[in-house]
Design a protein around this ligand. Sequence first.
Ligand code: HEC
Ligand code: HEC
Ligand code: HEC
Ligand code: HEC
Length: 446
Amino acid sequence: MGLGHGGMAAGAAAVALSAASCATGSCHGGPEAGNHAVQSFAATLWATRDPHAKAAETLHAPRSRRMATLLGIGEPHRARQCLMCHSVQAEVVTALPPDIVADGVSCGACHGDATRWLAVHQLPAWKAMSPADRSELGYRDLTEVASRVRSCIPCHVGDGSREVGHDLIAAGHPRLAFEFSAYQRLWPRHWSPHGKTESRPDFSERSWAAGQAETLAATARLLTVRTSRTAAEARTGGDVHGPDFAEFDCYACHRALSPERVAAAAAGPFRNPAPGVPTWQPWSVSAARLVALAIDDPAARSVGPAAAELRAVFGTRWADADAERLERVAAKAAALEHAAVATAAAIAAQETVVLDAQRDRIDATVAADGAEWRFWDAAAQVYLLMEAADDGGPARLGTTLSGGRAQEHTRDTLDALRASLRFPPGSGGPDRFDPVIFDRDRRAVP
Ligand code: HEC
Ligand code: HEC
Ligand code: HEC
Ligand code: HEC
């Protein structure tokens, strides 16, 4: 694994500058309609509209305080465990100055700590500097889609030094279910897209493909770290009970009990072949299968089977922590990571990414293996792929260059598909999700 592939490498340098260092009026703190050549509006937009600017404030909210009490970690806005993702805290530093903590996820979290490049990047000499020289100063180049994804992953997937496990989730943290192209679409853009990777005609497709491959690699890497750790604890007689619950299908355990649901799970094309046995993350398995369907490349074709093999080792009952099986899971996860890294490289090398997700290919796969598509997670992934293939759906940002290919009738049917994924009011899960209805609605999209 090359350095940098996991985004922030463990022990990455701490960010020592506050957002204010970037936000003076003549730099990036100008009005929103400001100078596009130097992106003079970047910090203004971040401060007023970016969810990351509120990440530290969130730690003061009652929900965070309740979580911290349940977890016994003291005050959340001082807890390293939280600050690792809700600020620019790095592993190597014990405490950041309060003004930097208060910035939340600020500029340096993605662009790299500017201590050594702040002065020079304002000079004409910067333009002449090579990417390697800039990187040497701690600057992270985010021009390519893949490097953007990698900058999100440590916080939106986890990397072993920062994690959202079932303990955090049960205490009240949202589940992390990352799909880069959708997150990128939801995220207010603080730069001018002109002349950037956004102006590529395949921007949306590339974002989906690179995002899924990089996310799979990171998920597999995190699983390797987690299971190796649990295996080592089991070998030394620790009191451990198999993989973290967050590695399984959430809704295998958290579901409404109704006779209709039990009947649906036992019959029909989406029948559950092994009732009562939670499986490894369908979110990731279906992503792997869709990458294999969507991109015609040998590496991509190996990702689906690698995920299936991992699930096969994972997906039987865990009575106790079985060190030997945990080690086999870790080995399969490493193989999946390898396949996903090769896929990411193949995608990066492709001139254009065309999501060849022809309806008949999805139809054939669903028909051949209904059990795999019974999960809400799998359906959500199919929906996100269809959005990406349709150029990102509604031009939420108002800056989508191509304006979106989606015809109005496509939009309506995609919206209907999205509605069939919605959780019922007052429920935290897909209690009414029906794969048969989803499949029908999917076929209705032109
Ligand atoms: C240093 C950690 C960190 C990094 C890096 C990071 N994020 Fe986030 N992100 C967060 C946190 C924490 C939140 C939740 C903020 C809150 O509400 O308090 C968040 C929230 C978001 C949201 C809002 C989600 C919602 O439910 O509305 C989007 C969209 C998002 N991030 C996209 C991205 C993208 C795209 C990248 C990479 C280019 C990225 N993030 C990089 C930590 C991070
Ligand atoms: C691995 C990184 C990570 C860690 C560790 C982490 N968070 Fe988060 N947190 C996130 C991300 C990413 C989001 C946004 C999730 C999304 O919408 O997809 C988030 C969202 C939240 C939200 C919901 C915010 C909203 O606006 O809905 C709360 C509350 C929260 N985190 C509190 C905490 C607390 C308290 C801790 C420490 C106990 C913590 N987080 C640790 C990454 C992390
Ligand atoms: C969650 C990640 C994230 C955070 C936080 C963030 N940025 Fe960015 N920023 C990006 C990405 C991704 C791009 C697009 C880079 C590209 O295409 O070259 C970008 C682009 C920019 C650009 C345009 C760069 C260029 O070469 O044209 C500027 C300027 C900028 N950001 C400044 C800031 C400032 C100032 C802050 C803090 C106030 C900030 N950013 C916070 C991710 C982030
Ligand atoms: C193997 C079964 C299993 C899996 C898989 C699982 N959980 Fe849980 N979860 C539990 C148990 C058991 C509890 C504790 C219930 C109690 O104490 O009442 C719990 C508690 C919770 C709680 C606290 C509220 C409650 O209902 O008690 C939340 C929220 C939660 N889980 C979310 C998730 C999410 C999200 C996932 C997937 C990332 C997940 N769980 C995966 C078994 C599971």
